[in-house]
Design a binder for this molecule. Structure first.
Ligand code: SF4
Length: 318
């Protein structure tokens, strides 16, 4: 069994060092996952390393890495491994980022080709130091994948671009198949959990993406177990539907280090099933809710499913 190690996070998160230790309770049995030992896992690791790329699977210490990489489903993290924000839940290193690697789009496309992915998921660190928040780099990555492997669909999980809608005018014309931006948590918890972001800025970004490209699938994700109430989650679902978001993911928050936000509660698998039912009843085209759900978990099969769901809905409307 693989247990995410609770390290002090001294080198990755200098801004959190002054905080008192904040240990979470013992993980319940439904959180434990298998250690990554498969041959395919090693091959995935070699391909990622050969191109010198970063993945959120590694940087975030994702518990699903053994399962996902066994299927060669790696999620690439572009624009470096250093984030300009310091969210209380995130294990990505904080600091001053390096200059963009202009060859990265081609390296990413080549790695995806080697991994033989039908569906590629690309995310990034926050790059508040760049005037466009990295929108043009995202567009270049999408175009590089479309050019090299046209059959591969592309899902992007973006930062909030500081609420600058012009970023969408750069990213969306490159034609991602899925535009994902995570709300992460309920608005009441933003000041402590996501202090560099604003709830309505993120919501507006999702609404604008759908407004500008009605055919793009929009997607967002929430973590639970941070102290939110069920009513707050149901309200966020309503907000997301009002923004015409198609796909919602909900997973359990896990504490990366003792300096990060504490897990207030481990939500039970039954409660996740309840959230999934609520979300479906509110009209999402697709919902994934389970303790180990992450934005990119099963993104490949979920993309096939959401396309089928939309086709069915359109057929019923005729
Ligand atoms: S769930 Fe996403 S981040 Fe985690 S290992 Fe799988 S692809 Fe990577």
């Amino acid at each position: 069994m693989l247990q995410t190690s609770i390290l002090p996070g001294k080198f990755r998160h200098p801004e959190k060092q002054h905080r008192p230790d904040n240990p979470s309770g013992r993980k319940p049995s439904w959180i434990r996952v298998k250690a990554p030992t498969s041959k395919a896992y090693k091959e995935t690791l070699d391909i990622v390393a050969a191109e010198g790329l970063a993945t959120v699977c590694q940087e975030a210490g994702c518990p699903n890495i053994g399962e996902c990489w066994q299927q060669k489903h790696a999620t690439f993290m572009i624009m470096g491994e250093i984030c300009t924000r310091a969210c209380a839940f995130c294990n990505v290193r904080t600091g001053k980022p390096r200059a963009l690697d202009i060859d990265e789009p081609y390296k990413i496309a080549r790695a995806i080709q080697k991994l033989d992915l039908r569906h590629a998921v690309i995310t990034s660190v926050d790059r508040d130091d760049l005037s466009d928040g990295g929108a043009l780099h995202f567009a270049h990555v999408i175009l590089a994948i479309h050019n090299l492997i046209p059959k591969t669909s592309v899902e992007i999980l973006t930062p909030d671009f500081k609420g600058n809608p012009a970023a969408l005018d750069v990213v969306l014309p490159a034609k991602p198949d899925v535009f994902n931006h995570n709300l992460e948590t309920v608005p009441r918890l933003y000041p402590t959990i996501r202090p560099g972001a604003r709830y309505f800025t993120s919501l507006q970004l999702l609404a604008e993406a759908k407004h500008r490209d009605p055919l793009v699938f929009t997607k967002s994700g929430l973590m639970v177990g941070l102290g939110e109430s069920k009513q707050e989650i149901l309200q966020v679902m309503d907000d997301l539907r009002a923004a015409r978001v198609d796909f919602l993911t909900i997973g359990q928050y896990l504490q990366p280090t003792i300096k990060h936000a504490k897990v207030e509660r481990y939500v039970t698998p039954d409660e996740f099933r309840g959230y999934e039912k609520w979300a479906r009843s509110k009209g999402f085209l697709m919902v994934s809710a389970s303790p180990l759900t992450r934005s990119s978990y099963h993104a490949d099969s979920d993309f096939a499913q959401i396309k089928a769901n939309r086709a069915q809905l359109l057929a019923e409307e005729v």
